[in-house]
Design a protein around this ligand. Structure first.
Ligand SMILES: *Cc1c(COP(=O)(O)O)cnc(C)c1O
Length: 421
């Protein structure tokens, strides 16, 4: 068969990759926690990693594996490992691949909870240096002899700063560093991570991939381009596996099995249904966000719009070369579904948000519905004023996650909320 386009593969992946029984088009959900064996030597063999199989669903289940197969396939990756949340994916990666005394370089533009996690990681004797990743030189300047990992987001939540990914990847390759990127804001339908030299992706599946605000999940994807033999933190015990799998095996043992933030089988199933419509939803989300950004930019109530699709965005041209969606016309530049805005001084943030009827005041993103959130007083509250300044989060910043509504209805809702003042 001719190679299928991404949209088609998304719709048919479950059936084609996982070959469910009885001609089912979805992998069935199996909720069994335990797995029994006729011959105990087969049980021992699975425990020892000599044969594939499941022994206990904290470590693996057929439902989770089916989703892992699909997610690895879409990134043309070596393997993926699913977790209960996006935060679990990030924390398990760091705890399984770092040791006390290691140094890492981390973006200063991060989702608030991720920043809080990295701040806390310093209590475990891991040195964390924050850098402005919009310029790769800032990363290079911070590399030390004990540096192991560089971590950033593709488009930062919520400031929309875009990391200098290709150049950071080159620096990481030169210095043998593991380059880990959170692509939650730009799922694989609009960003081919492997082409940019990224080694590992962490994604919150809760957001665009699942898409409907009714399930939590996360994934770590090993793109298969990192030489694990040069990574000094792999336990000898896991080196019996093929070398390319060392990172994934250690992550699955130390990160998933031992920490235990496992994705429930039912959740894996719900997420796999989201995957089928991901491309279509992303297209609509990006289209809507573009229209809304243009409208908001032109409205006197707005002081600033952060959105990579606007020419005023400092990384606009770079964004266009990084993020593309397949369409009938070919590759179309897209810029994601997140904007952040600041209102002009005379507008009261709470009054404006309270007047919105359709747009919900809620924390979440990548939902079918458009959401608005003042970030300094919510997701970045705990970070405090000084860190917010360093992270480029202004006190009046509002994050908008654009949904799938008709854009005119969204414009009308914002218009009535502003004009009431
Ligand atoms: C939401 C989010 C996370 C965390 O994901 P959860 O599934 O909510 O744990 C991580 N990174 C980014 C960029 C996010 O937006």
């Amino acid at each position: 068969m001719k190679e299928l386009k991404q949209d088609t593969r998304l719709v048919h992946a479950d059936r084609l990759l996982n070959a469910p029984e009885d001609g089912a088009v979805h992998q069935s959900t199996n909720n069994s926690v335990l797995f029994a064996f006729e011959d105990v030597s087969d049980l021992e063999s699975v425990f020892q990693g000599k044969t594939a199989g499941h022994v206990y669903s904290r470590s693996s289940s057929s439902s989770a594996v089916a989703l892992q197969n699909m997610l690895a396939h879409f990134d043309n990756a070596l393997a993926s490992t699913v977790f209960s949340t996006g935060m679990a994916a990030i924390s398990a990666t760091m705890f399984s691949l770092l040791k006390a005394g290691d140094h890492i370089v981390v973006s200063q533009y991060l989702f608030g909870n991720t920043r809080s996690f990295f701040d806390n990681l310093q209590n475990f004797a891991i040195q964390v240096d924050y850098a402005d990743v919009t310029n790769a030189q800032n990363v290079k300047d911070r590399i030390k002899s004990n540096t192991k990992i560089v971590f950033c987001e593709t488009i930062a939540n919520p400031g929309t700063q875009i990391a200098d990914i290709a150049n950071i990847a080159t620096i990481c390759t030169e210095s043998n560093l593991l380059f880990i990127v959170d692509n939650t804001m730009t799922p694989s339908v609009m960003f081919t991570a492997k082409q940019f030299g990224i080694n590992i992706l962490t994604t919150s599946l809760t957001k665009y991939v699942a898409g409907h605000g009714n399930v939590l999940g996360g994934v770590v994807v090993d793109l298969g381009n990192f030489d694990w033999s040069k990574y000094s933190n792999i336990d000898d015990f896991y080196k019996t596996a093929p070398q390319e799998m060392w990172g994934t095996i250690q992550l699955r043992k130390k990160g998933l099995r031992d920490i235990g933030a496992t994705l429930a089988p039912q959740s894996a199933h719900i997420i796999s249904m989201g995957v089928e419509t991901l491309s279509m939803r992303m297209q609509k989300t990006c289209d809507n966000a573009f229209v809304l950004a243009k409208y908001l930019e032109s409205h006197p109530a707005i002081k600033k719009v952060n959105y990579p699709g606007l020419e005023s965005h400092p990384q606009h041209i770079q964004a266009c070369s990084m993020f593309k969606l397949d369409s009938l016309q070919g590759q179309q530049c897209v810029f994601g579904g997140i904007l952040s805005i600041e209102l002009s001084e005379q507008y009261d943030v709470r009054q404006v948000l309270n007047r919105l009827n359709l747009v919900l005041s809620a924390t979440h993103l990548g939902d079918t519905r458009t959401l608005a959130l003042p970030v300094a007083t919510t997701i970045f509250y705990e970070n405090g004023f000084e860190k917010r300044q360093q992270m480029g989060i202004s006190e009046s910043l509002i994050r908008l996650s654009i949904g799938l509504e008709h854009p005119q209805d969204l414009i009308d809702d914002f218009k009535q909320a502003f004009d009431n003042d």
